[in-house]
Design a protein around this ligand. Sequence first.
Ligand code: UDP
Length: 310
Amino acid sequence: MRILVTGGAGYVGSVCVERLLAEGHTVTVVDDLSEGHRAAVALGAEFCIGNIGDSALLDALMAKARPEAVLHFAGSTLVGESMENPLKYFQNNTANGIALLQAAAAGVEKFIFSSTCAVYGEPETVPIAETAPRRPVNPYGASKLMMEQSMEWQAQATGMDCVALRYFNAAGASENFGEHHRHETHLIPCLLQTALGQRESFSLFGTDHPTPDGTCIRDYIHVSDLAAAHALALRPGISGPFNLGRGHGDSVREVIAACCEVTGQKISIEEKPAREGDPPELVAAAAKASAELSWKAEHTDIRKIVETAW
Ligand code: UDP
């Protein structure tokens, strides 16, 4: 297929582009490199630097690439930043997403969107199914939910296959590409940077959550498994929301232990108050992706996931 990938120079996007090329697709990447890196775009993909909020650029790109599918990874992803600068999130994640959807309306059969478990907010029950109420508790989740809703109505009106892949916690790396944020806030890279001596100590946010060891539980899903799900979602007739997680949670303390084991380092930990807006437990019910996409996470052990990141 001819595929347009936005955000293909970023973490999940770069691993997905690598996968699509390996499967023989023709890939055009658009990325403004505000977060991504030029060197993360796999050889074999066409690359265009630019922001999808630029309508002239978008029109030219659509005319040149003539995509049959659009995979939309570009966006802003930090919960904390979204609390301080909500409009950045509604602009980048909602407004720019709608502009892309609009540009795709003529001719694109499949639109796959990088959504997030943050659309659920603080779930009443865990594991979380796709049918759980969507009540985001921060602008990041709200901006992604508004994009999901735009896609749902557009799919109903036009018959376009619109897929929302709700990632839980993306982690790990492929052979060639991995996580490289300019300002790192995520758990596993922060721990590994501490093990490498690039940070003095690691801040553990929250030790009195209502979980067995008091720290937050998350569902860490390997980035290559996310890429595999995107490739499967390209098949005709696949549409709607899918949770992408292992269906298994690890606490922050369990991830710390895995990082110490993999790196062979003792990581210096400073216990800090909980981060605002961190739900205690987010774990996916992944049965729908298994049944409809024939997808399942291949990387099931947190130590193995950390190893690939290390
Ligand atoms: N976390 C932490 N210290 C850090 C980064 C993260 O204790 O330096 C905790 C965070 O509070 C959350 C979990 O690790 O409970 C996962 O955080 P991350 O930012 O990786 O992902 P999120 O679930 O917030 O999207």
